[in-house]
Write a protein that binds this ligand. Sequence first.
Ligand code: GLU
Length: 477
Amino acid sequence: MNVAGEPSFRDSVDLMFKRAAALLDLSPGLQEKIRVCNSTYTVRFGVRLRGEIKTFTGYRSVHSEHMEPVKGGIRYALSVNQDEVEALAALMTYKCALVETPFGGSKGGLCIDPRAWDEHELEQITRRFAYELIKRDLINPAQNVPAPDMGTGEREMAWIADQYKRMNTTDINGNACVTGKPVNSGGIQGRTEATGRGVQFALREFFRHPEDAQKAGLSGDLDGKRIVVQGLGNVGYYAAKFLSEEDGAKVIAVIERDGALIDEGGLDIESIKQWMAGSNGLLAGYPKGKFMADGGAALELACDILIPAAMEGVIHLGNAERIKAPLIIEAANGPITFGADEILRRKGAVIIPDMFANAGGVTVSYFEWVKNLSHIRFGRMQRRQEEGRHELLVQELERLSADKQLGWTLSPGFKTKYLRGAGELELVRSGLDDTMRAAYQAMRDVWHGRQDVEDLRVAAYIVSIGRIAAAYRSKGL
Ligand code: GLU
């Protein structure tokens, strides 16, 4: 967003870091070491397409190697540039530290409009980009592990994994060179939904603390809360779907490229997504709700929870004053600029920061990487054994309930629910839930425990920076 007086995305992240670092007892040297981006590699490569050589520019930036491998997605968009990739790599470092995934931070990007190329062309471009990064160890199971981001998904990750394995035929851990792969090619159940699922778990945890909800002037749980979602991509779609279908929240507006759909009665996310699949991703023409071409204005609607799940910088100095949501959860990376953050805080809004809110993706990426290194699906050894032990207990309960004198009965459905041992998807969701709860608690302890901390973003940075500093110190830096 080019609003006058607004710093770049990279500077905005730096300013947020510095606001928190000022409250920590760190030497200026260590502070600087943690803040700066270690390296950014720019690659320009040619691919013969449609009868001529097309040149593409891509980046892989490594922000911090205090833990390895470094981790972070690869974005395909025309707007990709070095400043953006470095800002996103920095956010990956802080995010991984906050949710305790044992990685440093990295990010990649390719300047490309993925809609402009067909599948075969995209495969050629992706394989060539991957080749350039692999030969420099910028994709490697032990050093640098990409994942999907805007404009990429499991299809691209499968191409990257295959390219790595072609170039490293004897690496038995080759599948762990990238996460977010399809389940049939080394992926893990629940990775696609993970970021949206994480947003849901983050909000559930927030509402478990009435004092926290009270800070946003809200009470109760998610039931009946009015939500505005920007972006129905992988993150926004799953977040909106789960919150409306499972928690009773009402999505009153969704914002996409061509405008916004509004319905105070609540929108049906699944049916909108189906509509978009047949309309080239456009909302216009959807038969229900009111369509508004000025999507940006819908960010300013009165609601309980605003979920920016699209791009960075969408809430800026130019519109922050008009944002009415008392609670904003940053499902995208960097949707609120440094200046806008200040305005919103002054207005009393509570912001659940990106490095926590959207950490579900990298958390499940971690599970996938571990699965790939251990070469076995989670739950494969235990599931039937667990079911066997449950069976014993159920038989005993059935025996007791047969005794009419005790007057016991088992509630309907108990037996099937209790008998079923956890499969991979259940285990992934349980690991993700636990991660989001633990990270929220860590942030919350700082938020409530320190007089000088007024918001969750600073609290999140304090937790992360503290952990990264400890890792550097133990290395003798
Ligand atoms: N691109 C996602 C993010 O921004 C996922 C990164 C990963 O799974 O490594 O967090």
